[in-house]
Design a protein around this ligand. Structure first.
Ligand code: SAH
Ligand code: SF4
Length: 403
C-alpha cells in the first residue's frame, strides 16, 4: 500500500567489503488507499485521536485537497507529521475526451505502459461515473475489448477511488467554481475495465469510501458492482459492502455462456444465479440486474430469448427476481462480431416483456469517443498475450452458430 521509503546506506568498509544496504526505514502512505477505519488506524499510529482522521478524510474526499498545509483545522504539528508520513495523489492524466452527448472519457497512466479509463455519463436526472477496477481483465469475454487485451494487474484501492476523487472535484470546479459542497456525481457503476470481484480486497475499501457520509455519501442503491459471476465473492460482497448488483449473463445456457464468458466454465449459470439471489438478502434492492449484450446471430435469436424466459420464469416456482438490461453490442474491430439490428433488439425485448419479465434497452452513450460499454481498452501491456491465452484455450474465438 504505502511506497517504501528506501534509504541507501553506503557502509564505509574497506573497498573489498563495501556493501550497499537497502534499509526499509518507514513507509510514506498514500491516503487514498484508506477507508475511514484504516485512516483512524493510521492517525492513531501518528498519536492522533480518531476524530482527526475523520477531519483529514473529509478534507481529502469532500474538499478534494491534497496539500496538508491547506487543511486549516488540523493542528500544525499534525500537518507537519503528515507532510513526511503521507501523500494524496491521483494517477497522472494522459488525456480527456468529450463526446457530442456530453460523455467525458479520461485516460490515466497506471505505470509500466498500462493505462485505464474512466467515463462520466451525465443525464437529466443523474450523473454516473463508470470506474475501472483492473488494468485489463483476465476473464477474456469474446465481445469485450478489455477482455481482448488481456490482463496486466489489479488496481489498488487508491487507483480505484482516485477515479471518483479526480472526476468529482474536477467537475465541481468546472460546473460551480467555489461551490465546494455542490455534488456532481450521483451514481457509480463498476463497469469500466476489469472484473471487480477478481480484485475484491482492493474493491471493498473503495466502495466503503464511496458510501461514507464523510466522503462521497453515495447511496447503496446508486452504487453498482457489475460482475461476470465470481460466485464466492458475491456472498462476501453482500456481507461486507452490499451495493446494487449487476450480473453479466449474456447467454441463456451454459454451452453458449462458456464461450462468451469463459468464467462460466468455473461458475455455471445455475450457481451464479443462485449466488445472486442469495445476495438479495443483503442488497439495497430486491432485484438483480441481468446484463445481456446482443450479438447479431450469436445470442439474439428466438431460440435464445425463449431459453432465457424458461431460465427466468420456470414453470414451477417463482420468477427470478431480476431486471434485464439489454445492451446493444458496441463493436471493436478485433471481435469480428456485429451489433444486432434495431428490429432484432426490439423483437427480443418485446418477447421478454410479453412473457412478463422486466426489461430495458441500454442507451449507448459516448460511442464517438469509444467510451461505450465494452469499448474501454486503455492501453494494456498484457503479461499473457491474447495469442498465447488462445493457445492455452483460455480464450475461444466464437463462431456464429452457438446456440
Ligand atoms: N467485468 C464486469 C464489469 C465490466 S464490463 C462485467 O463483466 O460485468 C461492464 C459491462 O459491459 C458488462 O455487462 C459487459 O458484459 C458489458 N460489455 C462488455 N463488452 C461489451 C461490448 N463490446 N458491448 C456492449 N457491452 C459490453
Ligand atoms: Fe472482463 Fe467484464 Fe470485459 Fe468480461 S466483460 S472481459 S469480465 S471486463
Amino acid at each position: 500500500m504505502g511506497q517504501p521509503f528506501l534509504c541507501w546506506l553506503s557502509l564505509g568498509f574497506k573497498r573489498s567489503l563495501t556493501k550497499t544496504l537497502f534499509l526499509k526505514v518507514t513507509s510514506v502512505q498514500q491516503l487514498l488507499d484508506f477507508d475511514r477505519d484504516a485512516m483512524i488506524e493510521f492517525a492513531q499510529g501518528l498519536g492522533e485521536k480518531p476524530f482527526r482522521a475523520t477531519q483529514l478524510f473529509r478534507w481529502i474526499h469532500q474538499r478534494g485537497l491534497q496539500d496538508f498545509e491547506q487543511m486549516s483545522d488540523l493542528a500544525k504539528s499534525l500537518r507537519e507529521k503528515l507532510s513526511t508520513a503521507a501523500f494524496v495523489q491521483a494517477m497522472p492524466l494522459i488525456s480527456e475526451h468529450t463526446s457530442k452527448d456530453g460523455v467525458i472519457k479520461w485516460l490515466f497512466d497506471v505505470g509500466q505502459g498500462n493505462a485505464i479509463e474512466t467515463v462520466y455519463i451525465p443525464e437529466s436526472d443523474r450523473a454516473t461515473l463508470c470506474i475501472s477496477s483492473q488494468a485489463g481483465c483476465a476473464v477474456g469475454c469474446t465481445f469485450c475489448s478489455t477482455g481482448y487485451q488481456g490482463f496486466s494487474r489489479n488496481l489498488t484501492t487508491a487507483e480505484i477511488i482516485s477515479q471518483l476523487w479526480f472526476a468529482e472535484h474536477r467537475l465541481r470546479q468546472q460546473k460551480a467554481p467555489g461551490a465546494q459542497d455542490h455534488r456532481v456525481i450521483t451514481n457509480v457503476v463498476m463497469m469500466g475495465m476489469g472484473e471487480p470481484l477478481q480484485n475484491y480486497s482492493n474493491l471493498v475499501p473503495a466502495l466503503k469510501i464511496m458510501l461514507d457520509d464523510h466522503a462521497y455519501g453515495l447511496s447503496r442503491r446508486r452504487t453498482t458492482v457489475s460482475t461476470s459471476g465470481v460466485v464466492p465473492m458475491i456472498e462476501r460482497l453482500g456481507l461486507e459492502a452490499p451495493v446494487a448488483l449487476a450480473l453479466s449473463l449474456h447467454a441463456p445456457n451454459d454451452a453458449l455462456r462458456n464461450e462468451l464468458v469463459p468464467l462460466n466454465r468455473k461458475y455455471p449459470i445455475a450457481q451464479v444465479l443462485e449466488a445472486c439471489k442469495g445476495y438479495l438478502r443483503y442488497a439495497p434492492r430486491d432485484f438483480v440486474t441481468l446484463e445481456y449484450c446482443l450479438l447479431d446471430g450469436v445470442n439474439d435469436q428466438e431460440v435464445h430469448v425463449n431459453a432465457l424466459i424458461d431460465l427466468l420464469r420456470p414453470s414451477k416456482g417463482a420468477n427470478y427476481p431480476c431486471k434485464i438490461n439489454l445492451i446493444p453490442f458496441n463493436p471493436f474491430k478485433e471481435s469480428g462480431l456485429k451489433r444486432s439490428s434495431l428490429a432484432q433488439i426490439k423483437r427480443f425485448s418485446d418477447t421478454l416483456l410479453d412473457a412478463g419479465l422486466v426489461c430495458t434497452v441500454r442507451k449507448t452513450r459516448g460511442e464517438d469517443i469509444d467510451a461505450a460499454c465494452g469499448q474501454l481498452a486503455g492501453d494494456i501491456q498484457d503479461r499473457t498475450s491474447i495469442s498465447s491465452r488462445r493457445a492455452q484455450g483460455k480464450v475461444i474465438p466464437i463462431s456464429p452458430d452457438f446456440s
